[in-house]
Ligand binder design. Structure first.
Ligand code: ZN
Length: 81
């Protein structure tokens, strides 16, 4: 036996709305669908954040490489002076 998501009263299998409070029975399914959509959006946001962070990390490595090569260039220039 299904129960109303709002008031908890028992519902007939054929009932489209709760006989006590009038809440549509499909609301639970709609709520589930909303939850799935929210979780999908959250997963996409987390994935995007992870990609951005890995790009920042690799960008930081590039900056380190650039700084190291700049230091190396400065060190190589020094004997010429
Ligand atoms: Zn109800």
């Amino acid at each position: 036996m299904r129960r109303c998501t709002r008031c908890g009263s028992e519902l007939n299998e054929q009932a489209k709305v709760c006989p006590v409070c009038g809440t549509p029975v499909d609301e639970e399914r709609a709520h589930l669908r909303r939850m799935v959509i929210v979780m999908l959006v959250a997963a996409i946001v987390v994935a995007a954040l992870l990609v951005l962070r890995s790009r920042q990390l690799s960008g930081g490595a590039d900056n380190l490489t650039a700084a190291a090569s700049a230091i190396g260039t400065a060190a190589a220039m020094r004997p010429l002076q």
